[in-house]
Design a protein around this ligand. Structure first.
Ligand SMILES: [Zn+2]
Ligand SMILES: [Zn+2]
Length: 260
């Protein structure tokens, strides 16, 4: 059994199916990124190298992009290359990212994470995690809730405090991705750029009676949920259900199924 996370340079392999890469400017400029040998197993690349480039498919939103792995003999590592169509799509989804990298001076709070979810040896679902996007979403959520409840502001119930912690949110998205853990909804797939990078985060555990700070493990304690599923989980304050329980009661959307 391997011990996760496995780190090497700017990479972290979080599980057998998830790896994240801290994206620097060169990855954007050169349409690709180095893959150190220590984490090459994640992409099913061995230590012996590659004779010829190996094709791969990157899936982002509803689109597929062709990419390939090749040897970087000078540095005894691999490189993953994609084409400009993929870079262009990322730039459209995250204009701040594009601005930060093209202006030379990045004013991003933190380097964005590029997340890879392995579907097979040749297919990887990718998403981008930007701290600034997460911070803005959390601020907006808190602001909107305080507007709608002027009498007492936000009532901290059932882990809301943890759900609204931007660092927890980032860790949760890095581990679980941006898709709803209950129904599979993806905001960017459904709403395009307006939904890029958005998901709510649910804290699974009831707060300890003592109320002291808890250590939050994003793998087990946090789950990404779409706004609908999240609301239904919390619908009755005194009878919050688990994500597993919600999954069992979700019924297929008949209206959508009937659409030819
Ligand atoms: Zn959902
Ligand atoms: Zn929640």
């Amino acid at each position: 059994m391997m011990e996760y996370p496995i780190e090497s340079f700017s990479w972290e392999v979080l599980s057998p199916s998830v790896a994240v890469k801290h994206m620097d400017k060169s990855a954007f400029l050169h349409h690709g990124t180095g893959v150190p040998k220590k984490i090459a197993f994640f992409f099913s690349l061995g230590h012996e190298g590659l004779e010829a480039p190996r094709p791969a498919t990157l899936i982002y939103g509803r689109q597929r992009f062709s990419a390939h792995f090749q040897m970087d003999t000078q540095h005894s590592r691999y490189r993953l290359f994609w084409k400009s169509d993929f870079s262009g799509t990322i730039e459209n989804s995250f204009p701040d990212l594009h601005r930060a990298y093209s202006s030379g001076t990045s004013d991003l709070t933190e380097e964005p994470l590029m997340r890879f979810e392995k579907l097979s040896e040749h297919r990887y679902m990718v998403s981008f995690i930007l701290t600034d996007v997460i911070n803005a979403d959390v601020e907006e959520e808190i602001h909107q809730e305080s507007q709608s409840r002027p009498e007492g502001g936000v009532r901290a119930y059932y882990g809301k405090r943890y759900e609204r912690d931007p660092a927890n949110r980032r860790r949760a998205i890095a581990f679980h991705g941006l898709r709803c853990a209950a129904c599979g909804f993806d905001f960017e797939e459904a709403y395009g750029i307006r939904g890029a990078g958005f998901i709510e985060i649910h804290h699974n555990k009831p707060l300890a009676a003592a109320g002291g700070p808890q250590i939050v493990d994003p793998k087990t304690d946090l789950a990404p949920l779409c706004a609908n599923c999240h609301r239904i989980v919390h619908r009755y304050r005194n009878a919050v259900i688990t994500v597993g329980e919600l999954k069992k009661i979700i019924r297929p959307n008949k209206a959508m199924e009937a659409t030819p």
